[in-house]
Structures are given as structure tokens and as C-alpha cells.
Write a protein that binds this ligand. Structure first.
Ligand code: CAA
Length: 394
């Protein structure tokens, strides 16, 4: 199958990611089947697609006519077999629980046409393991979108052990057709690029909170003043504390116990305070996005500390052979997080020795092995030398 042969895309799940991926596919001109387990989830997903398209009409990015056509291209289902029976490409965006993913993939394998590609939007899980639930592992691939899918450009395209090259290429080409920036990940490794690189910063944010060393607002205000589109705690609420919990669990099992979900996070998840989606998380979202008072910024918190942890983790991806090109890492981080520069671009400006020292100090202070600087970071030799950042950046 070639990308031109894809006519219909089925999306499993109508939640934060599912409805957004369905909308991205509609915007690219595809017929879309969106499936969830209950009508109320489907209704909510449908309403969110409509609201988002309304915004795009308001901004004149989409015409009223196009919007009507896109909505008529969208079918919704509860029955999984019905939803995929004539799909050419399926994207799964169900909760991050391996048994649930496997059940869904088994059902997809049984009902989708033989030629259909089955993609998972998992944030961290093994594509190889998900594919093992099917009889077509060469046609199973990772296709990881970022929240909100309509606005964030990055799509990580992940190769499981048995994913074929034509499946990788087709998924890459489909992401391009969807007006996204795809990055290939050749080795099925926890968290791929973006979530792996941000994971150590989540450990630090948890420690600051748990030890009362800073409030979320103090750090978020500081980071927003430094140019972040969202404060890091606000972003955790935005992606969902349940999602963060599952990601941390997965890393704890597969990478290091340092990632074990902290007590405060488990308490929030147990209380159903999941962030934006439930109206309460670290912040109160009942009246919309939290207003962060920039005057509360903790001025003695150095934003470079978060950069140091990200650069260090990025060098691990190179050392482990998960990603071959450091440029791809910068490209992924810029397009996944809506920031102006990637970790290696920033490291080039700050200096590798300074960042290595920061990691060393953080590892000692918090007794976290994941923070320890890698050989590459300590060597002080950049994996590549990016062009200097424009003056406006500073
Ligand atoms: N559809 C259409 N338009 C939308 C929209 C949507 N779903 N969501 C927001 N917008 C529009 C808003 O209406 C607004 O339009 P105007 O400028 O015309 O008013 C515009 O986008 C900007 O939105 P906001 O004013 O609300 O706020 P903002 O300027 O901060 O932008 C944001 C919002 C793009 C989300 C930005 O804050 C951002 O880039 N945040 C970081 C997001 C990020 O890092 N995502 C990755 C998370 S990690 C992940 O997803 C991986 C995983 O596996 C967990």
C-alpha cells in the first residue's frame, strides 16, 4: 500500500488524544471512523472536534464549507469491529495500560482489512509487545502525536522489532500528509524521544513539590518568564496526571526505579484529580487555564537546571543507539513541545561543562542516579554543532 491508497483512517478512543488525532486526519481530507466504549465519550470527543474546527474557521484557517465537509466525513462507533472493517490505517489512542492495548490490538487484527496498518499512539510502551497481540506484527508501528494534536507538529514514528520498512515509510508519509513533522525512531525504547528526555525533569519537579522546596506557581512563573509556552507543572496538568503516572510507572519498570511515581502523584490520581480533564489537578482548571502570577517567580531557580537534565538524557539516547542523529532530537523537542530551541542547541550556548556540573550536583543533592552526567556530557564534546540561535531568542 502507498500513502495515496489510504482513504479511511480509524481512531480508537475519543479522549484528549483520540479526538485530536481524528481531527488531524479530517483536516488532511480523510474519511474518519472514531470509536470509543461509551456514547458519552464519543459525544464529548465529537463536540471538541466541532469546537476546535469552529476556532479554525474563526481564524480563517478553514472555511465554513470545509468544516461541514469534514464533519460529514466523520463517523462514530462503539462497536470496534464495525469501526475498522473498511479502514486502511488505524491509530489506537486508548489508556496506557498494556493489557487494554493488547485486547484492542487483538480485536483490530481480527476485524481490520488484511492490508490495514495498525498504529499505536502510546507515549512510552513497547511497540514490539503491543504487536505481539496480532498476527501482523510487520504492519504494527508507533505513531505518537503530541497534545494538542491539532497544534503540535511532532509525530514520532516508532519501529517495533518486527515492523517492516514499508510500514515505517507509509506511516512517515502519512504524518507528512497530515502536515506534521515526523521523526523516525529505529529502536523500540521506553518513551522514544520526547517523553524519555523530559522524564528526569519530572523526577525533579516531583522532588521540589514533595520536599516543599518550591511551589508549582513559583516554578511555572519562572519558566514562563524564561519563554516557556506553559509552566512545567501546568503542562503536567494539561497532559493529565494519570498519563504522567502511567509513563512514570512504565519507566520505573523498564529504565530505573528513580522514575517510580511519587506519593503526591499517586494521591492525586487516586483522588481523581487528573488536571485539565477533571477540572482539578495541581491547579484548579474549573474556570479554564490557571492564571499564573509572574510576580511569584522563584528568581533563584535556574531554568538551565531543566535543560541540563534534558541534554543529559538526550546524550543517553545517542549512547544507546535509540536515535542516530542529534539533529533529530532537537527537531523532535522543538516540534513536540512548542519551544524555540532543542536541548543540543541550548547546550551549545550554555556550555557542556556547566551542564555536566549541574547534573553532578543534582544527582548528589537528591541522590538520583538518573541525574548523573553521561560520558558524552562529561567529555564536553558536543554530538553536533548547531547553528547559533538568533539574537531574538535571548
Ligand atoms: N484547536 C484549535 N485551536 C486551538 C486549540 C485546539 N485544540 N487549542 C488552542 N487553540 C488556539 C487558541 O484558541 C489560541 O488561538 P488565538 O491565538 O487565536 O487566541 C491559540 O491556539 C493559542 O492558545 P492559547 O492562547 O490558549 O494558549 P497558548 O498560546 O499558550 O497556546 C499551546 C496553547 C499551543 C497548547 C501552548 O501553550 C503550548 O505549546 N504548550 C505546550 C504544549 C506541549 O508541550 N505539548 C506536549 C505535551 S507532551 C505530550 O503530549 C506527549 C505525551 O505523550 C504525554
Amino acid at each position: 500500500m502507498k500513502v495515496e491508497d489510504i482513504k479511511k483512517i480509524a481512531v480508537m478512543g475519543a479522549g484528549d488524544m483520540g479526538h485530536g488525532i481524528a481531527e488531524v486526519a479530517l483536516l488532511a481530507g480523510y474519511k474518519v471512523a472514531m470509536r470509543d466504549i461509551e456514547q458519552r465519550f464519543i459525544d464529548k470527543g465529537f463536540a471538541r472536534i466541532k469546537d476546535s474546527l469552529d476556532k479554525l474557521v474563526e481564524k480563517k484557517k478553514v472555511t465554513e464549507e470545509d468544516k461541514t465537509k469534514m464533519l460529514s466525513n466523520l463517523q462514530t462507533f462503539i462497536d470496534i469491529a464495525e469501526s475498522v472493517k473498511d479502514a486502511d490505517f488505524v491509530v489506537e489512542a486508548v489508556p496506557e495500560i498494556m493489557d487494554v492495548k493488547k485486547q484492542v490490538f487483538q480485536a483490530l487484527d481480527a476485524a481490520a482489512p488484511k492490508h490495514a496498518i495498525l498504529a499505536s499512539n502510546t507515549s512510552t510502551m513497547s511497540i514490539t509487545e503491543i504487536a505481539s497481540a496480532t498476527k501482523r506484527p510487520s504492519q504494527v508501528v508507533g505513531m505518537h502525536f503530541f497534545n494538542p494534536p491539532v497544534l503540535m507538529k511532532l509525530v514520532e514514528v516508532i519501529k517495533g522489532k518486527k515492523t517492516s520498512d514499508p510500514t515505517m515509510q507509509l506511516t512517515y508519509d502519512l504524518a507528512l500528509k497530515m502536515n506534521k513533522v515526523p521523526v523516525r525512531i529505529e529502536k523500540d525504547s521506553p518513551g522514544f524521544i520526547y517523553n524519555r528526555i523530559t522524564a528526569p525533569t519530572h523526577i525533579l519537579l516531583g522532588l521540589l513539590l514533595e520536599r516543599g522546596l518550591a511551589t508549582p506557581e513559583e516554578i511555572d512563573a519562572r519558566m514562563k518568564k524564561a519563554g516557556a509556552p506553559m509552566g512545567p507543572y501546568e503542562l503536567l496538568d494539561y497532559i493529565g496526571l494519570d498519563v504522567l503516572y502511567h509513563i512514570s510507572r512504565n519507566f520505573s519498570d523498564r529504565l530505573s526505579r528513580d522514575h517510580e511515581p511519587p506519593k503526591w502523584l499517586k494521591a492525586k490520581v487516586d483522588a481523581g484529580e487528573l488536571g485539565k480533564k477533571t477540572g482539578k489537578g495541581i491547579y484548579d482548571w474549573s474556570k479554564g487555564r490557571p492564571e499564573i502570577d509572574l510576580s511569584k517567580a522563584k528568581e533563584d531557580f535556574d531554568p538551565n537546571v531543566l535543560t541540563a537534565l534534558q541534554v543529559n538524557e538526550a546524550t543517553k539516547l545517542l549512547e544507546e543507539g535509540v536515535v542516530k542523529s542529534p539533529e533529530d532530537i532537537d527537531k523532535a523537542m522543538v516540534n513536540g513541545g512548542g519551544v524555540a530551541a532543542g536541548p543540543f542547541q541550548l547546550a551549545n550556548e550554555i556550555g557542556y561543562d556547566k551542564l555536566a556540573k549541574m547534573c553532578e550536583e543534582l544527582a548528589k543533592k537528591f541522590n538520583v542516579k538518573v541525574f548523573e552526567p553521561t560520558k558524552t556530557l562529561k567529555s564536553g564534546r558536543p554530538p553536533y554543532v548547531p547553528p547559533p540561535l538568533p539574537k531574538e531568542f535571548f
